[in-house]
Design a binder for this molecule. Sequence first.
Ligand code: COA
Length: 140
Amino acid sequence: MTPVELSTLHHKCFSRPRPWSPNEFKHLLESCFLVERSNAFLLGRFTFDDAEILTLAVSPSERRKGVASLLVKDFLLRATKQGVNRVTLEVAEDNLPALALYDSFSFISIGRREGYYKSTNKQNNVAALVLSCDLSLTKQ
Ligand SMILES: CC(C)(COP(=O)(O)OP(=O)(O)OC[C@H]1O[C@@H](n2cnc3c(N)ncnc32)[C@H](O)[C@@H]1OP(=O)(O)O)[C@@H](O)C(=O)NCCC(=O)NCCS
């Protein structure tokens, strides 16, 4: 997918935090790892023996078909091959579909960032949960 296509799909999938621009994706692609399928992608990053999932998006028309599971599985396999011990990510605490998805891969919550996802109305800010998956404990 091109930076424009990534940004368009991100825009379709996220209202909060703000959608990322084509230029942001262009820069991220220089240092990140992209796993993609038709109308879906996962962007991750490797840092020594840690990895981070930066974003994951599946087009609304493609959801509940196991696409995100395949993307996460591919990323975790790649991370395992690279000798990564731990994969982390941030997710809005009200994002129940994503929380269920990550729970199925044995991610656990290791922290909470109050008001991390900003809204125009401060009262509607949402906390981020920091999730972690210990690859040494997980058989893919
Ligand atoms: C979250 C998201 C990536 C899931 O994608 P998906 O391709 O529909 O997910 P899958 O079909 O692989 O589902 C895997 C599991 O996740 C859970 N899940 C996914 N969508 C769910 C929903 N709407 N409600 C409850 N559980 C859900 C289920 O446990 C599901 O397994 P099951 O279908 O056997 O019950 C997708 O809804 C999305 O792009 N949302 C907007 C962006 C986002 O929230 N990204 C993740 C935060 S970084």
